[in-house]
Ligand binder design. Structure first.
Ligand code: ADP
Ligand code: ZN
Length: 440
């Protein structure tokens, strides 16, 4: 099956704006059914008539994760409970969970966006798609599942973990596409090697979909080389359904964000004003086609920027640069602001080290230090082994030049950095309490 929503994907930008205005008005009308937006809109005098142009969205106040938590569980529900058929929720380890509700319409609309996204990355109904992702309340499981089925691939709902079993599934059913988080793929590769297999020769894999956590261009290229595939960046967040928000096309030059379904703004997180195109800021998103739980001007905390220029694929929806991290991933060391991805970008250029790394912040003799630990690969030649001291020195310089604070770099043996389940945690802050007061 072709899944090319041509009338929407290559819509003239003026028509796209008109569609957004119409859908924004409808969204405001729907959102007014929820207790949260009803009270907010009446306080601010907002009605569907407040909107004549897309820019009028700025009249609406932002919605934050804290608003979602404070109005847990039903404060944002805008539909009759009989119409709601599913919820997805975050774990809520740091307070009330965040919960998102979906009607039948919402699930179908999300499945279409997912199918469109996969088609955009060159995936077709002839593919065998193995979804290596937890099913359940997490959106990466069912979100992908419905899209894969909508597109018409043969789906393998493999779930996460058990790499030997994953590889057996790939071999038995001749999997061509997998979806997984990038930090898992280095480990999967090691299991291939342990089993005496080379994924480039012994499988039919040609396309990976990677996302759900920040990763660098260097990390992507590494994954592509290890497996002999093309790896496409997939972005989403549960508040905006989950996956299927923005996706790379086969040009791999940024992620088309589906503007018929979302209005996208990028703001300066301090002034809350829009930043000029091409500059980094916080992504703010509005749903345009969600019935059960519309969200307006939701502050995602993700940092990215709009890429300028047209895409050769012909799609008119704007492109986002890869997400560099969340505003709260940033840490301050020796007075310098650091994002973990700045360090990853440097590490992943070094062929002798694996993708397993962590950054430990430690107070040593009353001074805060950034310790970068990275595992060496397990198949180094004698020559490569001898070069490790040089590499350590080089990494110290390169990281210092990038983040402006001098790190301590430790190249450690394979398998020494503790593995975590789920999304990678890169930063461990063990600094003395009084030193961390400026954090986050
Ligand atoms: P959680 O907050 O528990 O991680 P989600 O599963 O909704 O909840 O994850 C969404 C978040 O994951 C996004 O806000 C973003 O920070 C991150 N993310 C998702 N996809 C990508 C991607 N392709 N690149 C970088 N970060 C991503
Ligand atoms: Zn494109």
């Amino acid at each position: 099956m072709q899944f090319w929503e041509q009338e929407l994907e290559v819509l003239d930008r003026n028509k796209l704006s008109q569609l957004q205005v119409k859908r924004l008005k409808d969204t405001i009308a729907r959102a007014s059914q929820s207790t949260f937006y009803k009270s907010l809109f009446s306080k601010k005098g907002i009605t569907p008539d407040s909107i004549n142009f897309v820019e009028d969205i700025r009249k609406i106040p932002f919605t934050t994760k804290q608003d979602l938590r404070d109005n847990f569980p039903y404060g944002f529900l805008a539909a009759d409970k009989r119409e709601v058929i599913r919820l997805h929720s975050s774990s809520g380890t740091t307070g009330n969970p965040t919960v998102i509700y979906h009607t039948r319409h919402d699930i179908a609309s999300w499945a279409n966006l997912m199918a469109r996204s996969l088609f955009t990355a060159g995936i077709r109904d002839t593919d065998v798609f193995q979804n290596i992702c937890g099913y359940g309340l997490f959106t990466g499981g069912l979100g992908f599942q419905y899209g894969i089925e909508r597109l018409g691939c043969l789906s393998i709902p493999a779930g996460a973990g058990n790499s030997a079993r994953q590889i057996k599934l790939m071999l038995d059913y001749e999997t061509t596409v997998i979806h997984a988080i990038p930090s898992y793929l280095g480990r999967l590769y090691d299991v291939f090697v342990d089993m005496g297999l080379d994924p480039r020769k012994d499988t039919q894999l040609h396309t990976f979909v990677i996302g759900a956590e920040p990763h660098t261009e260097e990390q992507r290229r590494r994954i592509e080389e290890m497996f002999g595939v093309k790896a496409y960046n997939s972005f989403g967040l549960s508040e905006m359904n989950g996956p299927g928000v923005a996706f790379e096309c086969t040009w791999q030059n940024g992620l088309h964000v589906w503007e018929d379904a979302f209005i996208v703004e990028i703001i300066d997180p301090d002034t809350l004003e829009p930043v000029p195109d091409g500059e980094y800021g916080e992504l703010v998103m509005t749903t345009l086609d969600r019935h059960a739980m519309p969200l307006l001007r939701y502050r995602t905390r993700d940092i990215t920027r709009f890429l300028t220029g047209d895409c050769p694929c012909g799609r008119t929806h704007r492109r986002l640069d890869r997400i560099t991290g969340r505003t709260d991933d940033m840490f301050i060391i020796k007075g310098c602001n650091v994002f973990p991805m700045q360090v990853e970008g440097i590490l992943m250029k070094v062929p002798q080290v694996s993708s397993e790394y962590r950054i430990v912040l430690e107070t040593i003799n009353d001074v805060d230090e950034m310790i970068v630990e990275v595992e060496i690969k397990n198949d180094l030649t004698d020559d490569q082994y001898r070069s490790l001291e040089q590499i350590t020195k080089r990494l110290v310089h390169e990281i210092r030049d990038e983040v402006l604070a001098k790190p301590i770099v430790k190249l450690v043996e394979p398998g020494t950095i503790q593995r975590q389940e789920g999304k990678a945690i890169r930063v461990f802050d063990n600094r003395k309490k009084y030193e961390t007061s400026c954090l986050f």
